[in-house]
Design a protein around this ligand. Structure first.
Ligand code: KG4
Ligand code: ZN
Length: 360
């Protein structure tokens, strides 16, 4: 493969702050969707995490508009990097390596982050690590709970993905997809059902909130719950909720919003947690990490905790701010890769909207 490598991880500089002194300072850039995330990690310690979101610009469309997201990344990128450095009390020249989400995600949005990462790596003369977005979602947990035992299991649930991953070794890219969504992602289902209920985008938080005032009394279908695979499907559930609401409206009856929210939510988290525990059992794994925006869901957290405890599985869920897309997760994975001596990416690496789970 042709191209230029930006360099090798240099030893820590003596004039920088001495946090785990000999570990490289990694700046992580995430732009796969609508969040411009920049994080700074040194040796497993999170030093800064800044986020600029264009979510408000998408809200009136009920979903993320790729062109708007890409333009917002261009505007937010340099200020976000500067803010992260000043948050950590560091300067550009303190950075020892750059990590960036290479994919999967929105093509135009990814391109902005990758172009910025290359420019910083080239200008600073430091190595560049193109990382996989899903592996980064798993890696962020190490910032809060320390090294991940191998193998672990990861359930990643967000607006763009629902995935079950077997993770023998994050740093070297040994991440094996066991199952994924065959249609709507879990967060997407939340967003669509919220819209049906007249709630704002993104729909996860208002449904989570409304469900607290209701009980799951409506028996919505548990899609593919007993099919023995680790794939997920939520579009049938969304349609079932839509049909139920239509019937209710036709009959001129009021909509019990809290009960619908609770029943829909129970159907989602029942399937997510049952499949996660089944995947752990079938692969002899006793650690489950949950990440992605939907991991902020209160019922998912409580049901996962109960089912993991019953099955003897250690559950690790990062705090909500680290579950959603952010730069810290990218810096965390870059930091693990640098520590493991992984070969950096070439400066002609490209962004890939459909990047598979092999190292870019
Ligand atoms: O990871 P994320 O910030 O972005 C990507 O989609 O990659 O996840 C956003 C998704 C949205 O679909 C949002 O509705 C969902 O996460 N979400 C939630 C909650 N908070 C955010 N879903 C359920 N319950 C929540 N509390
Ligand atoms: Zn994500």
């Amino acid at each position: 493969m042709s191209g230029v490598r930006a360099g090798h991880v240099p030893p820590a500089r003596s004039d920088g702050p001495s946090v785990r002194g000999d570990a490289p300072l990694v700046l992580g850039i995430e732009t796969s969707c609508d969040e411009t995330g920049v994080g700074l990690v040194r040796g497993g310690l999170l030093l800064a995490d800044t986020l600029a979101s264009s979510v408000d610009e998408h809200a009136r469309y009920g979903g993320v508009i790729p062109e708007i997201a890409a333009r917002a990344h261009v505007e937010a990128m340099v200020p976000a990097v500067d803010r992260a450095l000043s948050q950590a009390g560091l300067r550009h020249r303190d950075v020892d390596a750059i990590a960036v989400t290479a994919g999967p995600g929105l093509a135009g949005a990814l391109l902005v982050g990758v172009a910025a990462a290359k420019a910083y790596a080239f200008a600073l003369g430091v190595p560049l690590y193109g990382v996989h977005h899903l592996a980064a979602h798993v890696a962020v947990d190490t910032l809060e709970h320390g090294p991940l035992p191998g193998p672990s299991m990861a359930l990643l649930v967000s607006g763009g993905h629902s995935s079950l991953l077997l993770v023998p070794d994050l740093a070297t890219g040994a991440v094996i997809p066991l199952g994924a969504t065959v249609d709507d992602a879990a967060g997407e289902a939340y967003d669509k059902v919220a819209r049906l209920l007249g709630m704002p985008f993104p729909g996860g938080p208002p449904i989570d909130q409304a469900a607290r005032d209701g009980s799951p009394t409506i028996a919505f279908p548990r899609a593919k719950a007993g099919d023995g695979t680790f794939d997920f499907s939520f579009s049938g559930l969304k349609t079932a909720v839509a049909r139920w609401l239509e019937a209710r409206n036709r009959a001129g009856e009021p909509i019990p919003v809290a009960a619908v929210a609770a029943s829909f939510q129970e159907a989602v988290v029942d399937v997510l947690t049952a499949k996660s525990v089944a995947a752990c059992r079938s692969h002899g794994v006793d650690t489950l990490v949950i990440g992605g925006g939907v991991a902020a869901n209160s019922r998912l957290r409580s049901l996962a905790a109960a089912r993991c405890a019953a099955a003897g599985i250690t559950l690790r869920v990062p705090r909500p701010g680290l579950c959603t897309d952010n730069g810290a997760m990218v810096a965390a994975l870059g930091s693990l890769q640098a520590a493991a001596g992984v070969t950096p990416s070439l400066l002609d690496m490209s962004a890939s909207s459909t990047l598979s789970l092999e190292r870019p």
